[in-house]
Design a protein around this ligand. Sequence first.
Ligand SMILES: [Mg+2]
Length: 368
Amino acid sequence: MRIDSITVRLIAAPLKASFATHLQTVTEREAIILEVRDSDGRCGYGEADPFSSPWYSPETIDSCLNILTNDLIPLLSQHTIAQLEELDRAFDPVRGNHMAKSGLIQAVWDLIAKQQKKSIQNLVGGDKKSILAGAVIAATDPEQAIEQIAAYSEAGYKRYKIKISKENDHQLLTAIRQKYPELPLMADANSAYSLADIPHLKTLDDYGLLMIEQPLAWNDLADHACLQKQMQTPICLDESICSAADMKAALRLGSCRVAAIKMARLGGWNETLRAVQLCAAASLPLWCGGMIEFGIAKAHNLALASRAEFVLPGDLFASSRYWEEDIIEPEIQVVNGSIDLPEKIGIGFAVNQKQLDKLTKQKWLFRH
Ligand SMILES: [Mg+2]
């Protein structure tokens, strides 16, 4: 594959509703959009989604821009990518920086899918026609949580995830269970607890949760294995899974009974599919995680979630949940709790150029 040019855009948009966790409240979202163009004028799109500051992951918008423009894009220009596996070798000189790699690798996969006149879904072996949508409730009090659940249930979302901490868990979960005793509910702790909280965490078994996500440290596997042995509720690892090697270690240790796969954190398609294959071999149920993305990353995630290993509804919701107007056309819609997969080639959605231009704060062009 011959690359003609790569455009990097820094975009930003306010969220229609703020997103509160015990670590941070997000009200505006920045992202990096990658456009990789070939000499025939075809364009592949990718999206890098670190947050603006390192509260969730070590990478930030600034660090990603730096690595993309100074390291990854120059490395890509030195390689001819005939096989997608060659992307791994091209980026071998850069350790870590998975979110930066993920955005650029997504764009190359989209371009190659378009060159082969295939959808990304087809390229990655996904065969579902539609996938189940999951809602994320990020609320500061029970009233707000109930309000958000009510709004999502109107569209028939199939799974509800509430952000919790040690300070608000019982208050939020009791209120939700009183109003919605049968709701398919899970809780995401974003590392709000430690092993010293085992007696407290065991009391959460009473709420009939589908799973508890990342209760302990963001970079831990051993303590989660210890906790899982003592909790009935399945533990789902999210932040701890940054590579296929992490996934292998979690499976060997018994650190979780479910995993949330986030392509952004794993460094793009190649490494993500390696982790998925390990989970398939171990029959570990998966779901696709979210990063409050714009439509381009969401389109890649839809293709990922269309694989058979993704048996649980993921953090996949309608464009209109957070954006006044998304950067793809048509926007992602949830109908009766499901999202239909697009049938077009590549990511399957057109880019809304007018909206993309409107959200662009800065733009860099690299010619090869
Ligand atoms: Mg999470």
